[in-house]
Design a protein around this ligand. Structure first.
Ligand SMILES: C[S@@+](CC[C@H](N)C(=O)[O-])C[C@H]1O[C@@H](n2cnc3c(N)ncnc32)[C@H](O)[C@@H]1O
Length: 334
């Protein structure tokens, strides 16, 4: 597995379903270790598993703390954290508490309420609980469709006099690989050229992930699957970091990186998009939230525009006015 880091690798982020950089592909956080009754069923003597906490262990996320974290994650980011996510929340917020030197979740909740720290801590809380798994040209069939069907159609419309203006949006872009993959398709299809006005918006709620997207620097192993010619056209090795490559300035200039919370209304966007990729984001939301976001994404498409969702997501039965044109790929009806 490319870029796999073992359990004891210090760079591995505890509770993350993947390392922050160069990691294995997985969206859903790893299942929590079983702490409840074993397969033999509950013991009559000890109905509640009591796990002794070694001295110096991180503060314990009690049931009430978990409920509070779940409520805040839902309210602030739309994240629906099921009961099975308790170990993940313990690990990720526990890490944050350690970084802050806080000894209890009570102290952490106070920090989230203190007007002098609340705004910054709210963002750190969201950053801790998002899952940013991504890779270049992930779920490649969507990019194949863009290259073989959508780009030639855009060229055909342009030759018939349509405006040479294209807007694409990676909504939930994580560290930017999806947005730069879109930009590469556009360049390779000749849709970034004199006379064309072409842009990609890369948005996410997680400011740490966005900082990586904006920097456009990636460990070499993240680019290993790209054809060498594509790699050298759009990336260059960093002279000051031997194992890293960075996006070429021309590609970087195509992509606007900005924070956007999909559950906030309204979105600060007036543009209508030719293509929206919102992949592997809706899985973190509950059904009513998915329905609302899908309707808003649909409304943000130009007539005939494309919406791509992730492999475990579907617009079926949730929104009107989208016609399937491929696996988890939809066209806005005109
Ligand atoms: C698994 S990544 C998907 C990355 C990329 N779209 C892909 O498929 O490879 C999910 C991303 O959704 C973002 N996200 C979660 N909730 C969000 C929200 N309310 N608004 C915007 N982005 C959100 C997370 O921060 C994370 O970066």
């Amino acid at each position: 597995m490319r870029g796999h880091r073992g359990r004891h690798d210090p760079r591995r982020r505890p509770g993350r379903s993947h390392p922050r950089r160069g990691g294995a592909r997985r969206d859903r956080p790893r299942r929590a270790a079983r702490t409840g009754p074993g397969p033999a069923g509950p013991s009559r003597l000890s109905p509640v598993a009591v796990v002794p906490r070694p001295p110096g262990a991180e503060p314990e996320l009690r049931a009430a703390d978990f409920e509070r974290a779940r409520a805040l994650a839902a309210a602030w980011a739309g994240l629906a954290l099921g009961p099975q996510k308790r170990a993940m929340v313990q690990a990720r917020l526990g890490r944050r508490l350690r970084a802050l030197g806080l000894g209890s979740f009570a102290a952490y909740w106070a920090r989230l309420e203190d007007p002098t720290t609340a705004a910054e801590e709210r963002q750190a809380f969201i950053n801790a609980l998002t899952t940013n798994t991504t890779e270049f040209f992930r779920e490649p069939h969507h990019f194949t469709y863009l290259r073989t069907r959508w780009a030639p159609a855009a060229w055909a419309r342009a030759r018939q006099g349509a405006p040479r203006r294209l807007r694409l949006w990676s909504a939930g872009c994580a560290s930017g690989e999806e947005a730069y993959s879109l930009a590469i398709v556009l360049v390779e299809a000749g849709l970034v050229a004199p006379g064309w006005n072409t842009r990609v918006l890369a948005s996410d709620i997680d400011t740490e992930a966005l900082a990586r997207a904006a920097a456009g620097r990636y460990p070499a192993e993240r680019l290993a699957a790209l054809p060498p010619a594509v790699r050298v056209r759009h990336f260059r090795p960093r002279s000051d970091a031997p194992r890293e490559w960075e996006v070429q300035p021309a590609l970087r200039a195509l992509v606007t990186v900005r924070r956007l919370n999909l559950v906030e209304e309204p979105w600060p966007i007036r543009t209508h998009f030719d293509v929206i990729f919102c992949r592997n984001v809706l899985i973190y939301f509950d059904r009513p939230t998915q329905r609302r976001i899908l309707a808003r994404l649909r409304a943000q498409l130009v007539p005939g525009g494309l919406l791509a969702l992730g492999h475990a997501e579907s617009a079926f039965g949730l929104v009107e006015g989208l016609t399937p044109v491929g696996p988890t790929l939809y066209r806005a009806e005109r």
